[in-house]
Structure formats: C-alpha cells, structure tokens
Design a protein around this ligand. Sequence first.
Ligand code: ZN
Length: 264
Amino acid sequence: MPETLLRVTVWNEFIHERTAARPREIYPEGIHAVLAAALRDRLGPSADVRTATLDEPEHGLSAEVLSRTDVLTWWGHAAHDRVADAVVERVHRRVLEGMGLLILHSGHASKIFRRLMGTSCMLRWREAAEKERVWTIDPSHPIADGLDGEFFELPHTEMYGEYFDIPRPDEIVFLSWYEGGEVFRSGCTFRRGKGKIFYFGPGHETFPIYHDERVRRIIANGVRWAAPAGSTYFGEGRRIEPSLSPIAAKHDVDESLHRGERGK
Ligand code: ZN
C-alpha cells in the first residue's frame, strides 16, 4: 500500500512579526515560515506542508483548503477576535470529523480552542525572560518521542502558569516549571469527535523558541500524533429503523416526547 501523504496547514495571524521589531528580527518571514520549515525538515517527503495567514481571503482556511488538511497548527496572539466566526465554525466541524489540531502558545485564547474546550482557557502570565524547565511526564507518549533526558530548559520564556482553565486533559505530556515558581500543564492532549488536539505552551514571539530543536521535534511529533486515524466517523444523530435485529417486546412509542411537542 502506498504511504499516504500527511497534509499539514500551518496557520499564523502574522501580525507581531510585521509590526514589532523583536519578533521581526527573530521571525523575519513570520512564525509560520519557521514552523513550516521545521515540519518539512522533520517530516520529510511524507508530509505536504503549506501555510495560511489571517489576511488571506477566508484567512486562508477555505472549505477547500480545510478539506485537504489532515492537521492544522494554530498560532495567534494579537487578533483572536478578528478570526471570522464562520471560519471557526468550519475548523470546528473539521476537527470533529477527524482533522488534527495543534494549538500553540497564545492560541490558548483563540476562538477555536475556547470553543472546543468549552471553558475560558485563561491562565496566569508574566513576561520576564525567565527560565522554563519543560518536564516530560509521559515518556511513553509519541509526542515525547526522541527527547533526551527527563526535562529540557528554555533560557528565556514568557511564563504561562496555573491555574489554566481547561477541562481535564486526556493526557498531560509536559509539565513546565518556571524560575519565578509557577508551574503549567504545558503539553496536553484532548479528543473532540474524531479529532485529536494537542496544546503546547512554549512559543512567545519575542524569544527564538521555535528555533529550538527540542521544541521543533515536539511540534513535529504532535503533528504526526494528531494525524487522522481510526474508523469511519458517525457524528450525526440518527434514528435507526428498522432495528438491526428483531426486538421481541411490544412497546407504545410517543414520538412527541422526543420533540418537545407533547400536548400539541
Ligand atoms: Zn506570548
């Protein structure tokens, strides 16, 4: 059987890298360009990686693009409210159908993540260029594949700390400790419908975090992990009649009870 190509779309709002000096210096072509290069490098010919940004028509996420996307990665910070609800709806539907989704750093506050989680997804933060120690607390997890040691350190990060208002994750792969004393569930997985979601905390735009080989490895592992797999998805409710096998009992059914029309 021929190996199927993994189709990845790297989405970025692409604002800070054009409007602020430090992000522009670190990511002159945009964070999306650096992430796409990292994925091409790590996933090789098994992946087809494209990019999309906020200012493109439909934010570069048309129904056609999404239908050809197996895994979407999301980076946004300054303009979550500028993402059209219709696009959020479309991404949400695709996730339920099985498209993988990686939410990076400040994407915790994106419309799509908050919608999928159903909570505020807010957290504590501090930008003090402090050290972050990222502990691998699920070493058997494929997203941690190939990491050496029990933890790795990023010399300068923005602190994202608990309490992080997310529903209980399916899995916590990474737990971060910061120089200032806070901790954070910095690598969490969730399933919604048939879709797999990975949230990864490190990545503030004024630090070169997406140039770090450990971080790039984790994101590539996350994309691989989130790739669609499994059986056909039947997400819509439906009435089954006739039954799959004979049912002996006699039972009177009042269909109006299901429809809220009783007494009409
Ligand atoms: Zn940040």
